[in-house]
Write a protein that binds this ligand. Sequence first.
Ligand code: C2O
Ligand code: CU
Length: 474
Amino acid sequence: MATLQPNARFFVAGIASAGLVGLLVATVFTDNVSLPNAVKSSASVYAAEQLDWFTDIEETGKVVQLDLVAAPTIITVGGVRINSFAYNGQVPGPEIRVKLGDTVRVKFTNQLPQETTIHWHGVRVPNAMDGVPGVTQSSVKPGESFTYEFVPKDAGTYWYHPHVNTDEQMERGLYGTLIVEDETANEFDRDITWVIDDWLIRNNELYPHFSTMHDLAHDGRWGNLITVNGQVSPTLNMQPNELVRLRLINVANARVIAPQLRGLETTVIAIDGLPVFDEISLEDLDLAPGNRIDLAVQAPAVASSRSFTLVDTFTRQANTVAHIAVIGSPLPTRNFDWHYTPASQWEGIENEPVDEVVELDAEGMHMMGISWLMNGRAFPNHQPIEASWEEFRVIELVNKSSRLHPMHIHGQFFRVISRNSDADIEPNWRDTVLVGPRERVRIALAPLEKGEWAFHCHALEHAEAGMITILSVE
Ligand code: C2O
Ligand code: CU
């Protein structure tokens, strides 16, 4: 069983740490990682059976159609009036729920005072539907519309958000969920999504300055008010014996969450949308910005007066996220036994040559601004990474900074195979992985979709400051 860096929590340095700026001055890229670039990986040996894991879908022909309008909206969060940006007047935006094989058609209209787009995070869409301005489409100007249409290829928990000025637009509340159901939907009494966000409130309003020097020099913008579906520490009432599929999504700009839910039977069943291959303990997982974790949560057989709490233990001081109460009359007993979707263990893959090294670092000076770089370049002055369709590529993400980088690749999935040279073959696919301070994370990427795909840090302030490149799959 792979271990997922158990308890290796990277503490976030105190919010007001002053010495940091010094670290960011004049970074030099002479460190030699001495790994051959562009060596064709024999990981293709591992590839065939793994690519088969992504089975073809049958289209149902059913079209789920929705109008989405992004507009400034006043909402109240934890008693504070917020000048939000919202989809259809609500934060989170409407949940789009379809069955695997259905077509999603979204007629999007931009009523914001600025350009925007919609990106479908984690969804394998045709490249032209991916929502990255200047790469897959032009941005949607105020007053304009754009229709997104695609058939999701994988069942699971996905979400949508803008890809323009994302540090501001997402902090103001632009995000929603896309749930793609398969037959496992019948195994649960209820299916619930918890969209976890944080808000930076100062002087009784949403702090209106984005990508500040402070945020750029640290781990991005961390709020001081955590919400679940827009509510502060809400309570979910479950009946005794009830079995809930609980989908956790971290939509915060930059906050990493280490979710713990003690006292209830919980099983991790999917990560970043896709079913896991084997047992994983929630205690060993981070929910970094962009990540999703699906849990099967089983209520005990009898109601109780104590409630159970989802806490976030990532920071020194734990945060309460939400509660679960078990009340009411019991549902019939059931024996929950999850059937894992097996995949090969990939033993030895950590010894495969690395095809590509991607260094993550910052450059800049306090007064002149900071850029966040991938291989020494800031977007749009990036160097694209090339991959051949359906040929595995082993990529080593090398964090040369002391900051957190939740790295996300559009349109594809990958598996983590090692951390800091130690084999750590995760029993799951991902689209986003947290790379801790000075950490090296090696991934095996399955380039399943052709086109030009954004590959970036999901700490949105880092992305806005250049931490984006393009993965080109041909
Ligand atoms: Cu949610 Cu480009 O990402
Ligand atoms: Cu980053």
